[in-house]
Design a protein around this ligand. Structure first.
Ligand code: ATP
Ligand code: LTN
Length: 342
């Protein structure tokens, strides 16, 4: 019998903080997840514990968690290739987060730009301790699975760097093979989709604005948003992040949905107006959303199937996570249950 070469592990997750994922989540993260599941041992989760950091309504959190899972499936994450699960179904995430938090500096967490931004928006007094320690839970997510690669958008780079620092710190203190030090997988061309109304700011999931396209937007609404996207001075359709952020953002989306390169698109639209580009892209995105939402509803209409997928995923994730947790508990000096009992 020939032995299968072991595939490298990858892991990623998104928060169920909205009924719909954004087209930024799709382009920046999900397209990578789908591509990577072919050649990696992929673990993808809905990070419901992370969503608690902003105190969601309990019923909304439940519906959003299911809907996020259905959107993963509709986007092409395949449960026969990838392990799909909910973070809260594997208790080891919260358990490892505690161990890691005891090895993380207060100052280190205070320097995280996502925390600074989010806590500034709601006022530092209103920010939860969970929002502050969010990156530690994220590090636990990654390190539990010995993940080699973590596919995310650009905004997660700093969190990944903290995860790497923690892994290295723990390895030098408790043994070099305590954790695998993960690498970020951030594909420059698609790692940051910008807001359509403010094309120098990230298209955000939690900031509701006219400039976000939701995967669950009625296709006509999405088309309208694209047609009224802010474009730039001049008329030339050319990719230039500095001079033409609006047009560059539209070209990125166009390229992802059609598979055409930016150069091909620049040639195709040479001499044409911004309006032509917008009308065509609006139709492409509307068609994609129609098909995508059909799939989402098919999954949401079959809750038993979603539950089966989650149960299978949780069992696989649990087995891997438990082994890592036991190793780490031992390394840091916690006694195994029953230790020393005859
Ligand atoms: P929020 O805006 O509330 O912080 P978010 O969508 O950034 O939400 P997540 O659900 O945790 O938060 O993000 C999931 C994934 O989508 C991450 O890998 C993130 O980097 C990526 N992502 C989010 N927004 C964009 C964007 N505008 N462009 C590219 N990737 C993005
Ligand atoms: N913080 C991430 C979501 C996230 C994540 C993870 C991503 C939580 N745990 C583990 C990759 C790996 C975000 O995108 N906002």
């Amino acid at each position: 019998m020939t032995s299968q070469p072991t595939r490298q592990r990858i892991l990623s997750g998104m928060q169920p903080t909205n009924d719909s994922l954004s087209i930024g989540n799709y382009i920046g993260a999900m397209t990578q997840w789908v591509a990577l599941q072919e050649n990696y041992d992929a673990f993808y989760m809905v990070v419901d514990l992370h969503a608690l950091t902003v105190n969601p309504d309990p019923e909304k959190l439940k519906t959003r968690t299911r809907s996020t899972l259905a959107q993963y499936l509709a986007g092409g994450v395949d449960p026969s290739r990838s392990t799909l699960f909910l973070q809260s179904h594997v208790p080891a995430h919260a358990e490892l987060a505690w161990i890691l938090s005891c090895n993380t500096g207060f100052g280190e967490l205070g320097r995280m730009t996502q925390f600074k931004d989010k806590s500034a928006k709601q006022g530092i007094e209103g920010a939860s301790a969970g929002l502050f320690t969010y990156p530690v839970l994220m590090a636990a997510d990654i390190l539990l699975y010995d993940s080699a690669l973590v596919p995310v958008g650009e905004d997660q780079r700093q969190h990944l760097e903290l995860t790497r620092n923690l892994a290295e710190r723990m390895n030098s203190r408790f043994g070099e093979d305590t954790f695998v030090v993960p690498e970020p997988h951030i594909v420059k061309a698609v790692a940051k989709v910008y807001d359509l109304q403010q094309p120098t700011a990230k298209m955000s999931k939690s900031e509701v604005g006219k400039g976000t396209i939701w995967l669950m937007d009625p296709p006509k609404v999405a088309a309208k948003k694209i047609k009224s996207a802010v474009t730039d001075a001049g008329t030339e359709i050319r990719f230039d992040r500095e001079e033409k952020p609006g047009v560059s953002n539209l070209l990125t989306m166009y390229s992802v949905f059609t598979g055409q390169t930016i150069e091909q698109l620049e040639q195709e639209y040479a001499g044409k107006q911004y309006g032509h580009l917008k009308v065509d892209l609006a139709e492409i995105v509307a068609d994609f959303l129609t098909q995508f939402q059909g799939e989402v509803h098919r999954y949401l209409d079959d809750p038993a199937e979603l539950d089966r997928i989650l149960a299978t995923g949780a069992a696989k994730a649990q087995a891997v996570a438990q082994e890592t947790l036991a190793r780490v508990y031992d390394r840091v000096g916690l006694l195994a249950p029953g230790h020393g009992v005859a």
